[in-house]
Ligand binder design. Structure first.
Ligand code: GTP
Ligand code: MG
Length: 421
């Protein structure tokens, strides 16, 4: 077979384990992140320790061991499992003669390669500049030359050498301003959605769990324009960086707004989470969260926990949640099936999608009550309102009024109490 793929940079991954039970899981993620950034993981090392060595991250013996192994495997880059200080990076580069990339920079790099829309690009740029800012020291400048320019787009387009604190500071405030302008347009759209009274459902979860595939399945099944409103799906980490919002219309006026957004991973850089807050607003405003989980992944439990952690960080709490265990077709379990508040399903299976949709509707409209009403014939507005904001199941025009059976939201119930029959 002829291999036409361009040669990938060989990377060696390593980390210090401070007796963390999740350490191996973080290393697995680190390997996936490295590969997502177009590098090939050729070897790994870990050190069990009580503390991180302040100046060099690893102890000296371990550094020599890593250097020998990595050079033996022809690695060019050393990827580390934590966010390091500039001094640690500089010392490790000197000692190992490898380019050193920490976990934060790796994630920022992936986001920056994936960003497509203006908002996503600005958000990533902001996070990168904030990462760079405290790392700017006169001595650092030599380092960059030594590193041969480092990663592509390092410093969001310019090398550290060309930038001083002030220009970075100016860039940060310019980007913040631009982001505000973009965000306020988004807010206008969102506030329209909030006023519309239709319940809002947000797909959240670990990256690559199948959120976008689930959205596409629901669109295909329940939206007239499903085919041309599909969102981007790909087997890669962080395929989605932007929020997509669509309306799903089921029968009997059971409609809801569905949003799909950026996926999560452990130890997401704080700046990144901060700058993506606007994008994640849909999750904060939701009436129901669907936490999509890859049930075929051996690290499923940690992935659920990771999602809960990130949601906590962005201030999403007390929102009713369905845990949706996806990719059941890759397990040997029977699907689709409801398990309490949760569901085991496959986003590429139509029956699964219908069951999930029913579960969403059941949850989202659970606090609606069925009302039998008699509305005055003369007042067409009331009936029109019900058609817009409730599920009208039956209506009968008689001489003394319109008899209506409808499911009504708690907020609207008072208004209709006087018409109860
Ligand atoms: N076999 C199988 N594959 C699935 C299923 N759902 C999604 N996939 C695949 O999983 C990969 C990721 O799916 P996406 O829908 O892009 O995942 P996501 O959660 O939106 O990922 P990010 O946007 O990266 O956070 C794609 O290759 C999908 O085709 C499923 O039920 N079964
Ligand atoms: Mg996606």
């Amino acid at each position: 077979m002829i291999d036409n793929q361009p040669k990938k940079t060989k990377a060696f991954i390593a980390g210090v384990n401070l007796n963390d039970p999740n350490f191996e899981y973080y290393m697995t993620e680190l390997a996936n992140l490295t590969e997502a950034n177009n590098m090939e993981v050729v070897g790994q090392a870990r050190q069990n320790a009580e503390n991180i060595v302040a100046g060099t991250y690893f102890g000296l013996g371990k550094i020599n061991e890593i250097k020998a192994m990595a050079h033996g495997l022809k690695a060019k880059v050393l990827v580390l499992n934590d966010e390091l200080t500039p001094v640690q990076i500089r010392n490790l580069e000197k000692l190992t003669k490898l380019r050193v990339v920490d976990r934060t920079e790796l994630i920022l790099e992936i986001f920056s390669n994936r960003a497509r829309t203006k908002q996503a690009k600005l958000q990533v740029q902001l996070a990168r500049l904030q990462y760079e800012l405290p790392r700017l020291h006169p001595s650092e400048n030599n380092l960059d030359q030594q590193r041969g320019g480092g990663f592509a787009n390092r410093g969001a387009g310019e090398s550290k050498l060309e930038m001083n604190r002030r220009t970075i500071g100016q860039q940060i405030s310019a980007i913040k301003k631009e982001l505000k302008a973009v965000a306020s347009q988004e807010e206008i759209k969102a506030s329209r959605r909030n006023q519309s009274c239709i319940p809002k459902v947000a797909l959240v979860g670990y990256t690559n769990a199948g959120k976008s595939t689930t959205m596409n399945g629901l669109l295909k099944a329940f939206s007239d324009e499903g085919a041309n409103k599909q969102v981007f799906v790909k087997n890669m980490l962080f395929a989605t960086l932007d929020t997509s919002v669509r309306r799903i219309d089921m029968k009997d006026n059971f409609s809801f707004i569905l949003s799909d957004t950026v996926g999560f991973i452990s130890k997401l850089p704080h700046n990144l989470v901060e700058s993506f807050k606007a994008t994640l607003q849909e999750a904060k405003d939701a009436d129901l969260l669907v936490n999509v989980v890859d049930a075929s992944d051996p690290n499923m439990i940690q992935m659920v926990r990771t999602t809960q952690q990130v949601l906590g960080e962005i201030g999403v709490k007390d929102i009713p949640t369905i845990t949706a265990y996806n990719k059941a077709d890759k397990t040997d379990r029977n699907y689709p099936q409801i398990e309490g508040d949760d569901i085991l399903y496959s986003a590429i299976d139509e029956r699964s999608i219908k069951l999930l949709a029913n579960l969403i509707v059941k949850r989202v409209f659970s606090n609606y009550d069925k009302f039998n009403l008699k509305l005055p014939l003369a007042d067409g507005k009331l009936l029109a309102y019900l058609h817009e904001h409730a599920q009208v199941q039956d209506e009968d025009y008689r001489d003394d009024g319109v008899y209506v059976t409808a499911n009504i939201a708690p907020a609207d119930q008072n208004r209709f109490k006087e018409f109860l029959v």
